[in-house]
Design a protein around this ligand. Structure first.
Ligand code: PBG
Ligand code: ZN
Length: 319
Protein backbone atom coordinates (compact mmCIF):
# COMPACT_ATOMS: atom_id res chain seq x y z
CA UNK A 1 0.00 0.00 0.00
CA UNK A 2 1.17 3.57 -0.60
CA UNK A 3 1.05 5.01 2.91
CA UNK A 4 0.98 8.74 2.23
CA UNK A 5 -0.10 9.29 5.83
CA UNK A 6 3.42 8.45 7.08
CA UNK A 7 4.54 11.97 6.27
CA UNK A 8 1.55 13.53 8.04
CA UNK A 9 1.94 11.85 11.41
CA UNK A 10 3.25 14.74 13.45
CA UNK A 11 4.09 18.43 13.05
CA UNK A 12 7.83 17.77 12.72
CA UNK A 13 7.53 15.68 9.60
CA UNK A 14 4.74 17.84 8.20
CA UNK A 15 6.92 20.94 8.59
CA UNK A 16 9.80 19.14 6.92
CA UNK A 17 7.93 18.16 3.76
CA UNK A 18 5.82 21.31 3.42
CA UNK A 19 6.22 22.59 -0.16
CA UNK A 20 5.03 26.16 0.28
CA UNK A 21 6.00 28.40 3.16
CA UNK A 22 4.92 31.97 3.59
CA UNK A 23 7.51 34.48 4.67
CA UNK A 24 7.11 38.12 5.64
CA UNK A 25 9.56 38.84 2.82
CA UNK A 26 6.72 38.02 0.41
CA UNK A 27 4.34 40.69 1.64
CA UNK A 28 3.46 44.25 0.74
CA UNK A 29 1.03 45.98 3.11
CA UNK A 30 -1.40 48.57 1.66
CA UNK A 31 -1.98 51.86 3.48
CA UNK A 32 -4.60 54.56 2.82
CA UNK A 33 -3.54 58.13 3.49
CA UNK A 34 -5.89 61.08 3.90
CA UNK A 35 -5.46 64.82 4.41
CA UNK A 36 -5.64 66.26 7.91
CA UNK A 37 -4.05 65.54 11.26
CA UNK A 38 -4.50 63.07 14.06
CA UNK A 39 -6.73 60.81 11.96
CA UNK A 40 -6.92 57.04 12.37
CA UNK A 41 -10.39 56.09 11.18
CA UNK A 42 -11.55 52.55 10.50
CA UNK A 43 -12.86 52.02 6.97
CA UNK A 44 -16.41 50.76 7.34
CA UNK A 45 -16.19 48.34 4.41
CA UNK A 46 -12.84 46.94 5.61
CA UNK A 47 -12.74 46.09 9.31
CA UNK A 48 -9.23 46.41 10.72
CA UNK A 49 -8.07 48.72 7.91
CA UNK A 50 -7.81 52.47 8.47
CA UNK A 51 -7.56 55.88 6.91
CA UNK A 52 -4.48 57.57 8.31
CA UNK A 53 -3.35 61.17 8.22
CA UNK A 54 0.39 61.51 7.54
CA UNK A 55 1.29 62.07 11.23
CA UNK A 56 -0.63 58.95 12.27
CA UNK A 57 0.62 56.73 9.48
CA UNK A 58 4.10 57.17 10.92
CA UNK A 59 2.98 55.40 14.12
CA UNK A 60 1.43 52.63 12.03
CA UNK A 61 4.63 52.16 10.04
CA UNK A 62 6.61 51.90 13.27
CA UNK A 63 4.22 49.16 14.34
CA UNK A 64 4.39 47.18 11.10
CA UNK A 65 8.17 47.45 10.96
CA UNK A 66 8.35 46.10 14.53
CA UNK A 67 6.21 43.20 13.30
CA UNK A 68 8.76 42.51 10.56
CA UNK A 69 6.93 43.88 7.51
CA UNK A 70 9.37 45.55 5.14
CA UNK A 71 7.27 46.96 2.34
CA UNK A 72 4.15 49.08 1.91
CA UNK A 73 2.02 50.24 -1.01
CA UNK A 74 0.49 53.69 -0.62
CA UNK A 75 -2.90 54.97 -1.76
CA UNK A 76 -3.74 58.64 -1.38
CA UNK A 77 -7.16 60.18 -0.95
CA UNK A 78 -6.94 63.90 -1.73
CA UNK A 79 -9.41 66.52 -0.53
CA UNK A 80 -9.72 68.08 -3.96
CA UNK A 81 -10.50 66.18 -7.12
CA UNK A 82 -10.77 67.54 -10.66
CA UNK A 83 -11.27 66.18 -14.16
CA UNK A 84 -7.53 65.70 -14.80
CA UNK A 85 -6.57 64.48 -11.31
CA UNK A 86 -4.02 67.24 -10.82
CA UNK A 87 -3.45 66.37 -7.14
CA UNK A 88 -2.06 63.01 -8.32
CA UNK A 89 1.12 64.59 -9.71
CA UNK A 90 1.48 67.69 -7.55
CA UNK A 91 4.78 67.77 -5.65
CA UNK A 92 2.65 68.85 -2.66
CA UNK A 93 0.05 66.09 -3.15
CA UNK A 94 -0.96 63.81 -0.35
CA UNK A 95 1.18 60.89 -1.51
CA UNK A 96 4.24 62.97 -2.34
CA UNK A 97 4.19 64.57 1.12
CA UNK A 98 3.55 61.22 2.78
CA UNK A 99 6.53 59.61 1.02
CA UNK A 100 8.77 62.45 2.16
CA UNK A 101 7.69 62.21 5.80
CA UNK A 102 7.87 58.43 5.85
CA UNK A 103 11.33 58.28 4.28
CA UNK A 104 12.62 60.98 6.63
CA UNK A 105 11.63 58.90 9.65
CA UNK A 106 12.02 55.36 8.25
CA UNK A 107 14.56 55.34 5.40
CA UNK A 108 14.60 51.52 5.41
CA UNK A 109 10.92 50.91 4.63
CA UNK A 110 10.40 49.94 0.97
CA UNK A 111 7.74 52.22 -0.51
CA UNK A 112 5.69 51.17 -3.52
CA UNK A 113 3.17 53.62 -4.95
CA UNK A 114 0.00 52.92 -6.88
CA UNK A 115 0.07 55.01 -10.05
CA UNK A 116 -3.48 55.75 -11.15
CA UNK A 117 -5.91 58.62 -11.55
CA UNK A 118 -9.20 57.28 -10.17
CA UNK A 119 -8.67 58.45 -6.58
CA UNK A 120 -7.88 61.93 -7.90
CA UNK A 121 -10.42 62.48 -10.67
CA UNK A 122 -13.86 63.98 -10.04
CA UNK A 123 -15.38 61.41 -12.42
CA UNK A 124 -13.60 58.47 -10.76
CA UNK A 125 -12.20 56.97 -13.96
CA UNK A 126 -8.57 55.86 -14.30
CA UNK A 127 -7.77 58.25 -17.15
CA UNK A 128 -8.69 61.33 -19.14
CA UNK A 129 -12.36 61.30 -20.12
CA UNK A 130 -13.53 62.77 -23.45
CA UNK A 131 -16.80 64.66 -23.93
CA UNK A 132 -18.39 61.49 -25.29
CA UNK A 133 -17.53 59.66 -22.06
CA UNK A 134 -14.68 57.55 -23.46
CA UNK A 135 -11.54 57.12 -21.37
CA UNK A 136 -8.84 58.21 -23.83
CA UNK A 137 -5.78 56.00 -23.79
CA UNK A 138 -3.14 58.19 -25.38
CA UNK A 139 -4.22 61.42 -23.68
CA UNK A 140 -3.88 59.59 -20.34
CA UNK A 141 -0.28 58.45 -20.82
CA UNK A 142 1.42 61.83 -20.17
CA UNK A 143 -0.51 62.12 -16.89
CA UNK A 144 0.59 58.66 -15.80
CA UNK A 145 4.15 59.61 -16.66
CA UNK A 146 3.88 62.77 -14.54
CA UNK A 147 2.36 60.86 -11.61
CA UNK A 148 5.05 58.15 -11.66
CA UNK A 149 7.82 60.75 -11.94
CA UNK A 150 6.41 62.78 -9.04
CA UNK A 151 6.40 59.64 -6.88
CA UNK A 152 10.00 58.83 -7.79
CA UNK A 153 11.05 62.42 -7.10
CA UNK A 154 9.35 62.26 -3.71
CA UNK A 155 11.42 59.18 -2.87
CA UNK A 156 9.30 56.12 -3.78
CA UNK A 157 11.31 52.92 -4.24
CA UNK A 158 9.01 51.37 -6.87
CA UNK A 159 6.00 52.48 -8.92
CA UNK A 160 3.00 50.31 -9.71
CA UNK A 161 0.71 51.51 -12.52
CA UNK A 162 -2.84 50.17 -12.05
CA UNK A 163 -4.76 52.12 -14.70
CA UNK A 164 -4.72 49.44 -17.46
CA UNK A 165 -4.08 51.88 -20.33
CA UNK A 166 -2.14 50.41 -23.26
CA UNK A 167 1.50 51.37 -23.54
CA UNK A 168 1.75 52.88 -20.06
CA UNK A 169 4.62 50.71 -18.86
CA UNK A 170 6.81 51.74 -21.79
CA UNK A 171 5.76 55.36 -21.39
CA UNK A 172 6.50 55.46 -17.66
CA UNK A 173 9.82 53.64 -18.16
CA UNK A 174 10.90 56.25 -20.68
CA UNK A 175 9.95 59.18 -18.45
CA UNK A 176 11.69 57.67 -15.43
CA UNK A 177 14.83 56.92 -17.45
CA UNK A 178 14.98 60.41 -18.97
CA UNK A 179 14.88 61.87 -15.49
CA UNK A 180 17.59 59.79 -13.91
CA UNK A 181 15.35 57.18 -12.29
CA UNK A 182 16.51 54.22 -14.36
CA UNK A 183 16.94 52.17 -11.18
CA UNK A 184 13.32 52.54 -10.03
CA UNK A 185 11.50 49.30 -10.88
CA UNK A 186 8.00 49.11 -12.34
CA UNK A 187 5.55 46.60 -10.92
CA UNK A 188 2.81 46.52 -13.55
CA UNK A 189 -0.76 45.64 -12.70
CA UNK A 190 -0.67 43.61 -15.93
CA UNK A 191 -3.61 41.22 -15.70
CA UNK A 192 -6.05 43.40 -13.81
CA UNK A 193 -9.63 42.24 -14.14
CA UNK A 194 -12.82 44.32 -14.04
CA UNK A 195 -13.88 42.85 -10.72
CA UNK A 196 -16.61 43.26 -8.13
CA UNK A 197 -13.96 42.31 -5.56
CA UNK A 198 -12.72 45.94 -5.58
CA UNK A 199 -15.98 47.17 -4.00
CA UNK A 200 -14.67 47.87 -0.48
CA UNK A 201 -11.54 49.60 -1.85
CA UNK A 202 -13.62 52.00 -3.90
CA UNK A 203 -15.46 53.01 -0.77
CA UNK A 204 -12.13 53.34 1.07
CA UNK A 205 -10.57 55.43 -1.71
CA UNK A 206 -13.77 57.22 -2.75
CA UNK A 207 -12.82 56.17 -6.27
CA UNK A 208 -15.94 54.55 -7.72
CA UNK A 209 -16.63 55.79 -11.26
CA UNK A 210 -19.40 58.41 -11.29
CA UNK A 211 -20.95 56.73 -14.31
CA UNK A 212 -20.40 53.51 -16.21
CA UNK A 213 -17.77 50.99 -15.20
CA UNK A 214 -14.14 50.08 -15.91
CA UNK A 215 -14.80 47.36 -18.46
CA UNK A 216 -13.38 49.35 -21.37
CA UNK A 217 -9.93 49.22 -19.77
CA UNK A 218 -9.85 46.44 -17.14
CA UNK A 219 -9.95 42.81 -18.30
CA UNK A 220 -12.93 40.55 -18.82
CA UNK A 221 -12.94 37.93 -16.01
CA UNK A 222 -13.70 35.26 -18.59
CA UNK A 223 -10.35 35.65 -20.36
CA UNK A 224 -7.12 33.79 -19.75
CA UNK A 225 -5.20 33.93 -23.05
CA UNK A 226 -5.65 37.67 -22.99
CA UNK A 227 -3.88 37.79 -19.61
CA UNK A 228 -0.88 36.14 -21.22
CA UNK A 229 -0.85 38.82 -23.94
CA UNK A 230 -1.21 41.64 -21.40
CA UNK A 231 1.71 40.28 -19.39
CA UNK A 232 3.79 39.75 -22.53
CA UNK A 233 3.31 43.35 -23.67
CA UNK A 234 4.18 44.71 -20.23
CA UNK A 235 7.37 42.66 -20.08
CA UNK A 236 8.31 43.87 -23.58
CA UNK A 237 7.73 47.44 -22.42
CA UNK A 238 10.02 46.98 -19.44
CA UNK A 239 7.96 45.77 -16.47
CA UNK A 240 10.21 44.32 -13.75
CA UNK A 241 7.40 42.58 -11.87
CA UNK A 242 4.01 41.61 -13.32
CA UNK A 243 0.83 41.43 -11.29
CA UNK A 244 -2.35 39.40 -11.38
CA UNK A 245 -5.32 40.98 -9.63
CA UNK A 246 -7.55 39.92 -7.90
CA UNK A 247 -5.88 36.77 -6.57
CA UNK A 248 -8.37 34.18 -5.38
CA UNK A 249 -10.67 33.80 -8.36
CA UNK A 250 -7.59 34.07 -10.60
CA UNK A 251 -5.19 31.48 -9.19
CA UNK A 252 -5.20 29.74 -12.58
CA UNK A 253 -3.98 32.97 -14.17
CA UNK A 254 -1.17 33.31 -11.63
CA UNK A 255 -0.04 29.77 -12.43
CA UNK A 256 -0.22 30.29 -16.20
CA UNK A 257 1.75 33.52 -16.03
CA UNK A 258 4.39 31.88 -13.84
CA UNK A 259 4.77 28.90 -16.17
CA UNK A 260 4.89 31.07 -19.28
CA UNK A 261 7.27 33.82 -18.22
CA UNK A 262 9.21 32.92 -15.08
CA UNK A 263 9.11 36.56 -14.09
CA UNK A 264 8.64 37.77 -10.54
CA UNK A 265 4.88 37.72 -10.05
CA UNK A 266 2.82 39.74 -7.62
CA UNK A 267 -0.74 38.85 -6.70
CA UNK A 268 -3.11 41.37 -5.16
CA UNK A 269 -5.32 39.81 -2.50
CA UNK A 270 -7.88 42.60 -2.92
CA UNK A 271 -10.28 44.39 -0.61
CA UNK A 272 -13.34 42.24 -1.37
CA UNK A 273 -11.37 39.06 -0.72
CA UNK A 274 -10.17 40.53 2.55
CA UNK A 275 -13.54 41.77 3.76
CA UNK A 276 -15.42 38.57 2.90
CA UNK A 277 -12.97 36.51 4.91
CA UNK A 278 -12.69 39.04 7.72
CA UNK A 279 -16.47 39.19 8.12
CA UNK A 280 -16.78 35.42 8.04
CA UNK A 281 -14.15 35.11 10.79
CA UNK A 282 -15.74 37.84 12.92
CA UNK A 283 -19.11 36.15 12.62
CA UNK A 284 -17.69 32.80 13.68
CA UNK A 285 -18.51 31.18 10.35
CA UNK A 286 -14.93 30.09 9.66
CA UNK A 287 -11.82 29.83 11.83
CA UNK A 288 -8.89 32.23 11.69
CA UNK A 289 -6.67 29.53 10.12
CA UNK A 290 -8.41 30.40 6.86
CA UNK A 291 -6.10 33.42 6.48
CA UNK A 292 -2.93 31.33 6.21
CA UNK A 293 -4.69 28.75 4.04
CA UNK A 294 -5.83 31.36 1.53
CA UNK A 295 -2.50 33.21 1.42
CA UNK A 296 -0.58 29.94 1.06
CA UNK A 297 -2.77 29.05 -1.91
CA UNK A 298 -1.78 32.30 -3.61
CA UNK A 299 1.91 31.51 -3.14
CA UNK A 300 1.41 27.87 -4.18
CA UNK A 301 -0.23 29.10 -7.40
CA UNK A 302 3.01 30.89 -8.26
CA UNK A 303 3.00 34.33 -6.67
CA UNK A 304 6.35 35.58 -5.39
CA UNK A 305 4.90 38.72 -3.87
CA UNK A 306 1.54 39.03 -2.13
CA UNK A 307 -0.11 42.38 -1.58
CA UNK A 308 -2.51 41.83 1.28
CA UNK A 309 -4.45 43.61 4.01
CA UNK A 310 -3.76 40.44 6.04
CA UNK A 311 0.01 41.08 6.18
CA UNK A 312 -0.19 42.17 9.83
CA UNK A 313 -2.16 39.04 10.75
CA UNK A 314 0.54 36.94 9.09
CA UNK A 315 3.25 38.79 10.97
CA UNK A 316 1.45 38.28 14.28
CA UNK A 317 1.04 34.57 13.59
CA UNK A 318 4.83 34.32 13.22
CA UNK A 319 5.47 35.98 16.60
C1 PBG B 1 -6.80 51.89 -8.66
C2 PBG B 1 -6.77 50.64 -7.85
C3 PBG B 1 -7.85 49.83 -7.44
C4 PBG B 1 -7.30 48.83 -6.63
C5 PBG B 1 -5.93 49.05 -6.59
N1 PBG B 1 -5.62 50.15 -7.37
C6 PBG B 1 -9.30 49.95 -7.67
C7 PBG B 1 -9.91 49.86 -9.00
O1 PBG B 1 -9.26 49.56 -10.01
O2 PBG B 1 -11.10 50.15 -9.05
C8 PBG B 1 -8.08 47.76 -5.93
C9 PBG B 1 -7.50 47.27 -4.64
C10 PBG B 1 -8.42 46.51 -3.77
O3 PBG B 1 -9.60 46.25 -4.10
O4 PBG B 1 -7.96 46.13 -2.69
N2 PBG B 1 -7.03 51.70 -10.02
ZN1 ZN C 1 -7.65 53.59 -11.17
Amino acid sequence: MNRTRRLRRNPFIRDMVRETKLSLDDFIYPLFIVEGEDIKREISSMRGVYHFSIDKVLDEIKEIMDLGIKSIILFGIPNDKDSIGSEAYSSQGIIQRAIGEIKKKFPEIYIVTDVCMCEYTSHGHCGIVLDNGDVDNDKTLPYLGKIALSHAEAGADMVAPSDMMDGRVGYIRKILDENGFEMIPIMAYSAKYASAFYGPFREAAASAPQWGDRRSYQMDPANSNEAIREVMYDIEEGADIVMVKPALSYLDIIRRVKDNFRMPIAAYNVSGEYSMIKNAIENGIVGEEIIMEVLTSIKRAGADIIISYFAKDVAKSFK
